[in-house]
Design a protein around this ligand. Structure first.
Ligand code: ADP
Ligand code: MG
Length: 316
């Protein structure tokens, strides 16, 4: 408490750089980075605001992890290899123990992926965290949203709806199942999978606002539609629901999954499904791309399910 902005940066965020491509890191007016020859930069920025993106009182280490994880999920969806990050932090007060715990969570994930924090901005204001993640990709190998074609299979990593289920439990009772809670607080961005999908998947997006919303963006960008089989949607063992409809709502429209949804042509499908065993990540084939726009959700009895209202929009 009572430390200056510069002490906060020094004590919590200036940690020995482990990348030799950081020519100049924290401490000058801007960072200088050595971009490897023959690679392109991939840049993503997402902000988390207290009360909008996370519950007030969220543990600082969890927030630090998640602020980076949501951005790494975007790099994963592009098929990029993460390299550097910058951090914009707005804090109500200069609380060093809070900031260092936040940094511990952030660096735990950054270290795991060999990333260096190279700069940022620290200001006073309502609690808000913006992370910019910068990655690298070989020219033309980035995974876009726009390459899906009718007949491609639709696949998704991991399980769906877990974080939304945990948030529902927390809001209702103040407690949540630990396995679901971990999915809300410490999402694991699917970077290894994204890297392997580059050059293999026809299109890819990360699921952050619910499957229907995000798959919808991919299909819009590709000028197609899809049919999804509800019985194939991956479900966590810890998921407890009262009805199929409740489960489908969570899987189709719950936010904060940070899984990859991608499409693969028939010739590469076995290869894509084989990545699951190789990488230890669940990969489920959930449907098929069709020419007709829109997403049709098939129930196990063959009927069409009327899905809940589509994903999250801040201004609606
Ligand atoms: P300036 O006023 O020139 O923008 P600042 O005082 O904002 O410089 O920042 C000083 C240095 O500290 C810069 O290198 C900046 O990138 C870094 N920095 C500031 N806040 C953070 C932060 N939260 N995390 C990492 N680096 C930071
Ligand atoms: Mg500044």
């Amino acid at each position: 408490m009572g430390v200056s902005e510069f002490e906060l940066i020094d004590h919590c965020f200036r940690r020995a750089g482990r990348r030799d491509d950081v020519a100049l890191g924290i401490g000058d007016d801007a960072a200088v980075l050595a971009v490897p020859a023959g690679r392109r930069l991939v840049v993503a920025l997402d902000t988390l605001n207290e009360g909008v993106h996370f519950l007030p009182g969220t543990a600082p280490a969890d927030l630090g992890w998640k602020a980076l994880a949501v951005n790494l999920s975007d790099l994963a969806a592009m098929g990029a290899e993460p390299a550097w990050l910058t951090l914009s932090l707005s804090l109500p007060r200069a609380d060093e123990s809070w900031a260092c715990a936040f940094a511990d969570g952030l660096f735990a994930l950054a270290d795991r992926h060999g990333m260096a924090l190279v700069g940022g901005d620290t200001t006073r204001g309502p609690l808000s965290v913006g992370v910019q993640a910068i990655g690298l990709v070989e020219p033309g190998r980035e995974l876009r949203r726009s390459g899906a074609r009718p007949g491609d299979s639709v696949l998704v990593s991991g399980t769906l709806g877990d974080a939304a289920a945990a948030l529902g439990q927390l809001k209702a009772t103040g407690k949540a199942d630990p396995a679901l809670r971990a999915r809300l607080d410490r999402p694991e961005p699917r970077l290894a999978l994204g890297r392997r999908l580059a050059g293999l998947a026809s299109a890819c997006i990360d699921v952050s606002d619910g499957l229907l919303a995000d798959l919808g963006h991919l299909l819009d960008a590709s000028g197609c539609g899809a049919r999804i089989e509800l019985a194939r949607l991956p479900r966590a063992d810890a998921m407890r629901v009262d009805s199929e409809a409740e489960l489908w709502d969570l899987q189709l429209a719950g936010g904060d999954d940070y899984e990859l949804c991608f499409t693969v042509g028939a010739a590469r499908l076995a290869e894509a499904e084989g990545l699951a065993a190789e990488l230890g990540v669940r990969v489920s084939r959930i449907g098929t791309v069709e020419a007709q726009p829109g997403i049709r959700c098939l129930r196990p009895d063959g009927g069409l399910h009327q899905p809940p209202a589509a994903g999250w929009d801040h201004f609606v």
